[in-house]
Design a protein around this ligand. Structure first.
Ligand code: GLN
Length: 482
């Protein structure tokens, strides 16, 4: 199945397929492919078909919207009634949320049909999906390669045609990087556009949910459903509703693209460089101009991110204590021992590493040296972007320095895995919107992602530029062999 949200929406509207038929088709594909890919961690056919029947009923009553009956896969980080929310962790193995995250409620209100819950790095900490307690996900383009992370299950599901679209979350690249590794499109909106209510927190000042799909147009349709003010999230922005599809048809003549020279330096592999340069040439043929810009402090994004994100994580994850949520050690002595054993047994290695780092950088005597310093760097990085956006409308470069690497290749070397986040983390630190679109293939026939970063609230412009690129190229139409 090679379809987009847009094409499925048209078929549903024309009555040539029902939501129930679509759901059954996708579920059959998932059943066939998931034993190998491991993209889904939970399926519940009865619930999926109930959603689909409700969508068909709405349509019969003439109350269908553009997304009514379209199937979607949700990342296992969003609380959703009737489903588990395990967040890739043993800690939440038996947790089922009694309420819907706002993104889930909005999906449901739009008539989207939940196909299942997608695999992810534990508590969204990772870049390869290998920190999941529920096993790694395989990249549909090469089964011995990682799909990226932490939204690796969502990316693999879309790439393999097991879902036309999926939700993801992005704290330091977790929508864009797996989108790049799996050859799909994904957007992390401006911080505060999509509510974090019910989205299990990793690093609250960086976390942002968003859509993943084949095309920019599909992402725009989904963002229309996901975005909006929510009083359940104190950082949700109160802004007039936007139609994110409004600039899809806008021509690119006059568009100024900033190309940050720091993103083309050491560490970038030749295949990625070639594909990104070719994409920039395509944008020029479409009427855009390119100008070199500088993000002089971009090199500090990874160290600043890997101080701030673990600091916030160490605080957010203190709630998992064996009392209120999830796993409790079966045997323990006193209360402190119960906390210690529950956390020691419930969390995996990467999560423990982050909690240790986070606690360390927040502790007395180190706070000023690490945490406060990282916050200052964060501000300077945002200043660099502001200066760059005085010279251009969008910033375009690579999403990742290399294409997807092999399963197991970096699991023993966390630092080298962290360095793969070099182009994505600065965007979260600045709170800016960023997206990744497919722009070619590199080593091993694996996809290359192009990152588009916009100024605050420029999602429609970014999606428009990406859509025009996708009208002129066919990278987003390529599919892995089944
Ligand atoms: N790879 C980054 C990390 O491990 C980003 C993860 C994310 O965006 N959730 O923290």
């Amino acid at each position: 199945m090679n379809e987009t949200v847009k094409s499925l929406s048209a078929r549903l509207a024309a009555g040539s397929v029902s939501a129930v038929e679509l759901a059954q088709d996708y579920l059959a594909r998932i059943r066939a492919a998931n034993p190998v890919l491991n993209a889904f961690v939970e399926l519940n056919e009865e619930r999926t078909l109930a959603d689909a029947r409700a969508a068909d009923a709405l349509r019969a009553e003439g109350r269908a919207g553009v997304l009514t009956g379209v199937p979607i896969a949700h990342k296992d980080i969003f609380c959703q009634t009737g489903w588990h929310a395990r967040c890739g962790s043993k800690m939440l193995e038996s947790f089922a949320a009694p309420y819907d995250a706002t993104l889930i409620a909005r999906s449901r209100d739009a008539g989207l049909v939940t196909l299942g819950r997608t695999n992810m790095d534990e508590f969204a900490m990772g870049s390869s999906n290998e920190s999941s307690h529920y096993g790694p996900v395989r990249n549909p383009w090469a089964h011995d390669a990682v799909p990226g992370g932490s939204s690796g299950g969502s990316a693999a599901a879309v790439a393999a045609g097991l879902a036309p679209a999926a939700s993801g979350t992005d704290t330091g690249g977790s929508i864009r990087q797996p989108a790049a590794f799996c050859g799909i499109t994904g957007i992390k909106p401006t911080y505060g556009i999509v509510s974090r209510w019910g989205m299990i927190a990793y690093a609250s000042s960086l976390d942002q949910g968003g859509p993943m799909a084949h095309t920019a147009e599909d992402c725009a349709l989904l963002l229309n459903a996901f975005a909006g003010f929510d009083e359940g999230d104190s950082t949700s922005l109160q802004r007039p509703a936007e139609d994110y599809t409004r600039s899809l048809a806008a021509p690119l003549a006059g568009l100024k693209i900033g190309v940050p020279k720091e993103f083309f330096g050491e560490g970038m592999s030749d295949d990625v460089r070639a594909a990104v340069n070719a994409a920039l040439a395509t944008f020029r043929t479409l009427g855009a101009s390119t100008v070199e810009v500088s993000l002089p402090r971009a090199g500090y994004a990874v160290p600043a991110y890997y101080v701030i994100a673990p600091a916030e994580a160490s605080s957010n994850l203190s709630r998992f204590d064996g009392v209120r949520y999830g796993y409790r050690a079966p045997e323990y002595g006193d209360l402190a021992d119960m906390y210690a054993k529950s956390r020691a047994q419930g969390f995996g290695e990467e999560v423990k590493r982050r909690i240790l780092i986070g606690t360390y950088v927040l502790s007395h005597g180190y706070y000023d040296a690490y945490y406060l310093q990282a916050q200052k760097v964060r501000r300077l990085i945002a200043d660099d972007y502001a200066a760059a956006f005085a010279q251009c409308d969008l910033i375009i470069g690579p999403t990742t320095p290399t294409v997807a690497y092999g399963l197991g290749e970096k699991t023993d070397d966390p630092l080298s895995m962290y360095l793969g986040d070099i182009y994505t983390t600065s965007v979260n630190l600045a709170g800016l919107p960023g997206m990744s679109i497919p722009c070619g293939f590199g080593a091993g026939g694996l996809p290359v992602g192009l990152q588009i970063v916009g100024n605050y609230f420029s999602e429609a412009r970014m999606l428009g530029a990406a859509h025009q690129f996708q009208q002129a190229t066919d990278w987003h139409l390529r599919r892995p062999k089944e």
